[in-house]
Design a protein around this ligand. Structure first.
Ligand code: FES
Length: 242
């Protein structure tokens, strides 16, 4: 059985407003009654002067008109995606922020026994040019004396032990004379003071944490060794952090 074009049959099914493809057949619609009659009255009121005739059957087979509505919906979805993309794109970090993801530091002027603090990703990073005595002191510490046995070195596997070699290890190589650490106490985040404390390394005065010459926690409330960031030596005098 055929029936007249139904504005809710295609457009309503996909949540779209009736378009110009809605047809009318006034003579046929007047014979309708009940709900279909009401629908026809609606169609006649809003689309009464349209003369495109597209009758379809009662079967659930998709028709060409359904395809047109689906295609319209798909274009609408793509259009919305294209419209919001600039706003999403604006949320990506700009070039200046991305540049801070890593920094390169010239270490040529840091003499043996001196330190330099640089800022990286909003945190201080200690770069220490260690003396032979500091290295020897750290190497002599038995692992059993360390409250935190892990290296905490982003350049090494998480399970690597906190030997002095593993603490002074860059990407791909160990350079015992250089120690790089994030200068944030692992207790509650204060910045420790260098060449201080009972172990000749760093001391955090906030609550009394003592770190040794390899930045390992030895005494006090701090639970972990100072964290070591990713870094690599670009040359003998240039180090990239991050
Ligand atoms: S924040 Fe360093 S000891 Fe508490």
């Amino acid at each position: 059985m055929q029936k007249g074009c139904d504005p809710a049959g295609g457009a309503g099914r996909f949540g779209l407003s009736p378009g110009p493809f809605v047809a009318k057949n006034k003579a046929f619609s007047r014979k309708r009654s009940g709900a279909e009659g009401a629908e026809r009255a609606f169609a006649d009121q809003y689309f009464g002067d349209l003369d495109v005739a597209h009758a379809h059957t009662d079967t659930e087979e998709p028709t060409r008109r359904d395809f047109l509505y689906i295609a319209t919906g798909a274009v609408t979805a793509v259009g919305v995606g294209a419209a919001i993309w600039p706003f999403i794109d604006q949320m990506n970090p700009d070039a200046s922020v991305q540049a801070l993801a890593s920094i390169e530091v010239d270490i040529s002027a840091i003499e043996v026994g001196q330190s330099l603090t640089v800022m990286w990703r909003g945190k201080p990073v200690f770069i220490r040019h260690r003396t032979e005595a500091e290295i020897a002191e750290a190497e002599a510490v038995p692992m059993s004396d360390l409250p935190d046995p892990l290296a905490r070195n982003a350049n090494l596997p998480e399970s690597d032990p906190a030997t002095d070699t593993n603490r002074a290890h860059a990407q791909g190589e160990a350079k015992p004379e250089w120690l790089l650490m994030i200068g944030v106490c692992t207790h509650l985040g204060c910045v420790p003071i260098g060449e201080s404390g009972e172990y000749d390394g760093w001391f955090c005065p906030c609550h009394g944490s003592h770190y040794d010459t390899a930045g390992r926690i030895r005494k006090g409330p701090a639970p972990r060794n100072l964290d070591i960031p990713e870094y690599e030596f670009v040359s003998d005098t240039l180090v990239r952090v991050g």
